[in-house]
Design a protein around this ligand. Sequence first.
Ligand code: ADP
Ligand code: MG
Length: 492
Amino acid sequence: MTTHPVLKGDTGDWEMVIGLEVHAQVISEAKLFSGSATEFGSAPNSQVSLVDAAMPGMLPVINEKCIEQAVRTGLGLKAEINKFSVFDRKNYFYADLPQGYQISQYLQPIVGKGEIVLDLPDGETRTVGITRLHLEQDAGKSLHDQDPTRTFVDLNRSGVALMEIVSEPDLRGPEEAAAYLRKLRAILRYLGTCDGNMEEGSMRCDVNISVRKVGDNEYGTRCEVKNVNSIRYVMAAIDYEARRQIDHIEDGGTVVQETRLWDTGRGETRPMRDKEEAHDYRYFPDPDLLPLEFDDAFIDGIRATLPELPDEKKERFVTHYGLSVYDAGVLVAERARADFYEAVVSGGPNGRRDPKICANWVITELFGALNKGGHDIDESPITADQLGGLVDLITDDTISGRIAKDVFAEMLETGHDAAAIVDAKGLRQVTDTGAIEGEIDTVLAANQDKVAEYKGGKQKLFGFFVGQVMKATQGKANPKLVNEILRSKLDG
Ligand code: ADP
Ligand code: MG
């Protein structure tokens, strides 16, 4: 059982309670209710239709692709799909919201309760509840930094489809919140419903945090922290905000429910506004839009196209390839990485390479090198075929594992095939027993004193002789043969 992290206070031990609201931008060529493009980084106001600009009399038309994406995501989150859901108007005034309301879903969202299984750093898993997923439009963007006295508004994002995915208050600390976001992002990417790119704002997160004494059953009052746009900042915001609340309560204060802003520069949260209540928004069903109604065939049709998701893939990698849960977890964290691994395993002379040796080369060597350079798998200078070629040279004894590391380094640098490097540099392993015997005899002859010591009982000198032979052959002698022949010469 996982134990929850505890924060020490003057009056005792405290526990953190966290729920996340994630806004995930739907992958779709067009916006939720208009045909405008949704490309990131386009010139300001170049993707704005009359609907997005909220010209009087314009009517929203539902983009079916976005509806399918939301249902697909719901299915990926093992959630209830609501066959009847309603779009509501959430009314508020802001310069980047020309309609004067956001079209969202309130009482009847498209997706109900679901769950996400967290993969925690200690190898444990934990299931966290999803409360709901609803569809809504994004607002425009106010640009405050373009001019000293004026604010500009870019409406490119106005009307872009977002899925708001709300978790239950089931998370108990920064690590779990991070694991939740990583897993959610992986699932969205596997599904192809959101690219999960937090830097570009296509996945944004509001963090709700409260604290309570360990052993309390009631939740404390929460604060909602906005504008937290990386997993690292989510963790830092939780650390900061939990400590702030504990100190405040222990100083005799009470936490007021409010919306706070994460200040990246200062690494702290500060008050933004009092928490608004639902009735402040005057939610009501949008009279321009009919409710959404699905039949089973529609939902089943989408279900039939779901890919294998990370949890199932991990399970398969463990049972089918005999990998450790940890290694399987690392591989499936990204679909492209899992695919790369399977491409390595499923090649070679018999159409299947040793899954564990492959996992080791893919995870430790290749991912290690890519991570060091901050590269994605699709930027790998070594293809799956090429890495497989290296594994083949090891398993058929052409080169030793030791030499293979040098070959790998060369492959990373040049992108050449392993076999070509081995040939060009004459790295083929020496498996000719006669040749190895000759080297061994030379080494033993040159170290008569050590041979005597060994025979006198100094067993650990064996490693010295192996080392000398390997050195004499520039690491190319087959280590297994060296060991066998040395044994027979020294002990025989
Ligand atoms: P709102 O829409 O007003 O932000 P919701 O009821 O939708 O409020 O809840 C928002 C988020 O707050 C959810 O993720 C939920 O899990 C979380 N939450 C609710 N109560 C608490 C609490 N006491 N402590 C921490 N998080 C909470
Ligand atoms: Mg909220």
